[in-house]
Unconditional design. Sequence first.
Length: 399
Amino acid sequence: MFLLAWQGFRTLGLLLGTQVPSGFTPPHTLSLGRPAEVGMSASILAAAVARYQQAIETGRLVGAVLLVARDGKVVLYEALGWRDKARRLRMQKSTMFRLASNTKPVIATAVSILVERGQLSYDDLVREYVPGFANELAGSIRVHHLLTHTSGLRIGPLFLPPAKDSAIGPSTLQGEVARFGEVGAKVPPGTSYSYSNAGFNTLGGLIEIRGGRPLAVFLRDEIYEPLGMLDSYNLETDETLDGKLGRMSVVYYEKKNGAWIPGWSPGDPPEVPFVRASGGMISTAWDYAIFLQLYLNGGIYGGKRILTKESIDRGTAPWTRRDLGEPRISADGDAHGYGWAVSPDGVFWHSGTDGTMAWVDPSRRLIGLAFTQTPLWRNPFREFRAAVNRSIEATPGSW
């Protein structure tokens, strides 16, 4: 804890113009560069791209956008395959993707913004703001529990089935969140890990309540626009995307008789008719890379501070290990922070079920992402990340 506080003081000192210890690395803004500039092997990175190209040619994937940056230098940025194969529309670097659960780290960031402003606390009971949680089963759920998937909620679908009483009117995020409280926790909060979309949708409701704005407006005002993420949205309809719907990729869910079947195409109705927090983010590879670099920079990007270094460190700490004794998120033994999976080596990452993966590696000072719109298990992401690491290790004097 003392180390985290000291790191925060160093960042503060930089901002105030006071002396900081030698070796401090200033925050980077993304720009195009060459692998050799940052101690990486161009040939190994090219082989990593070829792995994705092969997956497309053999039918394992339809298309992908890949991006890797070290010390703020984008050394790999490639668009491969198709965003709409039937219409022969090539994947482009500017293609917009449905990010599914890659939305969650952004939601956790919004919560931390409210905490820093004193409008919310990680220790707050949800029942203080959502009356539907003021009961025996939900009354002890705290914001921290929602962020770490330890709330005890065991609600399977994104939202509960529609109520039989049609007089309640159209569904809203806050209205649906109140219903989660009525179901409540199945196990005592803080005692076990279970990945929870309902928990993150509850956080979205809290952001609306404490932030005083619709969720999409809060994210736009407090994260997207300050960072220059101008191709980032939260509902896949033409009227909410500033006329950019045509830049979105088709989402291919499964293969039948050797052909990919579109599961969602631009213009189809959204999965949920209102903005949610369990998923729903729409973005490009470059925009999301800015968000990743924000975390690698310790909460600042392009001269705009979104979070303090202390909040970044807290959000990327392995909380499930600290709370429960054993981390539980994947077979690799990864823990969970606030909206991030956290690996034993300090890498934090997240994925989306429509085929997106992204990671931040503080020790190697790099970020990376592999965005597809085919099922996640077909994305050769692990091999890709391993190759990116080798591209550093194989380069003499890669500092």
